[in-house]
Design a binder for this molecule. Structure first.
Ligand SMILES: [Zn+2]
Length: 335
């Protein structure tokens, strides 16, 4: 039997959000900074408690929630036969930095959620975003498409022949860590030097000029030569990565989100396009790039899509109730 209500979780390195939705749309959304102390179960226990808090805010009986979809930062690893988090921005033992207040290894996320919920679906946040864009956004009815985020990190969700790719541990699409320039000293949070994320991400792009990413892009658009050169070079690396993916997967359409692209995609797109269009026309002809349609809440919407009953879909496509999520996100009390 279809559930009356579903829960959705967006778990990031900085904050976590829980949404409760019914057939009419999202009803409440609450956020908290992601737990970093206590036992490794703390993140999963916080997620369960946050769903309960969202129910209270929505006026939905908590016992009615038996289904949750989860969009999470990765990478994932197996722990006791279930999906766990091995995220360097949450677990101290994977971190390349000393400022995390724990020595956690793999976090037992799926196990803790399954102790409370009967149906649990967990995907990497870029895979969930791709699911959202395929269900409600810019790549409906497109079987060969890739979601790319250009934000503080770089990540991808991959779809070939209409099937989302997962890989052996659910980590397909971590192409932000593909090596691009091993001569480069640029350091990624994963420990690689010269990988795509090290060369282009919002976390690292301004490092050489001692600028934040927003300052760097603003300076680039104002014609400051060093900033302009750095932004153009980053767009070239990003474009080459899209080319590499297109020739590997025979992709037809890229849908691009993330804060860098949301703010600067219009002027970066021609530079990115050139890296694709000037190579191997037999494989690149007809490859298109479109901006993400679902904005900054694409991961929340993706988490909802993971377990949404099929008979809700036409109603949601008609009424587009996900726009309410933006208002719910603003109304969510700071914690
Ligand atoms: Zn990396």
């Amino acid at each position: 039997m279809n559930p009356l209500y579903i829960g959705a979780l967006d778990i990031g390195g900085t904050k976590m959000a829980a949404t409760v939705a019914g057939v009419q749309g999202p009803l409440a959304r609450v956020t908290q900074p992601t737990a970093k102390t206590g036992s490794p179960r703390a993140v999963g226990e916080q997620a369960v408690a946050l769903v309960q808090a969202a129910c209270a805010q929505a006026g939905v009986e908590y016992r009615l929630i038996d289904t949750v979809g989860v969009s999470s930062c990765g990478p994932f690893a197996q722990i006791d036969g279930m999906l766990g988090l091995a995220a360097p921005n949450i677990s101290g033992s994977f971190a390349g930095r000393a400022d995390l207040p724990n020595d956690w290894g793999v976090i037992p996320l799926e196990q803790v959620l399954r102790e409370r919920f009967g149906t649990v679906a967990i995907e990497n946040d870029c895979v969930a975003a791709l699911m959202a864009e395929r269900t409600f956004g810019a790549v409906r009815d497109e079987p060969d498409c890739v979601y790319a985020t250009w934000s503080t990190g770089i990540g991808f969700g991959l779809c070939v022949d209409g099937r989302l790719l997962h890989g052996k541990h659910g980590n397909a699409g971590h192409a932000g860590h593909m090596l691009m320039d091993i001569q480069s000293g640029a350091l990624c949070g994963c420990g690689n030097r010269g990988d795509l994320e090290a060369l282009t991400s919002g976390r690292s792009i301004g490092n050489d000029l001692s600028m934040s990413a927003p300052d760097l892009f603003a300076a680039a658009r104002n014609g400051v030569p060093a900033a302009h050169d750095a932004a153009v070079q980053a767009a070239r690396w990003f474009g080459r990565a899209l080319y590499n993916i297109a020739v590997t997967l025979d992709t037809r359409r890229f849908v691009i989100g993330g804060s860098v692209w949301l703010h600067h995609g219009a002027w970066l797109a021609p530079i990115v396009r050139q890296e694709i269009d000037t190579r191997l026309p037999a494989l690149t002809q007809g490859v298109s790039i479109v901006p993400a349609a679902l904005g900054t809440l694409v991961a929340d919407i993706g988490a909802l899509c993971l377990t949404m009953p099929p008979d809700w879909l036409p109603k949601w496509r008609d009424a587009e109730p996900w726009h309410a999520l933006a208002a719910l996100a603003e109304a969510s009390p700071p914690s």
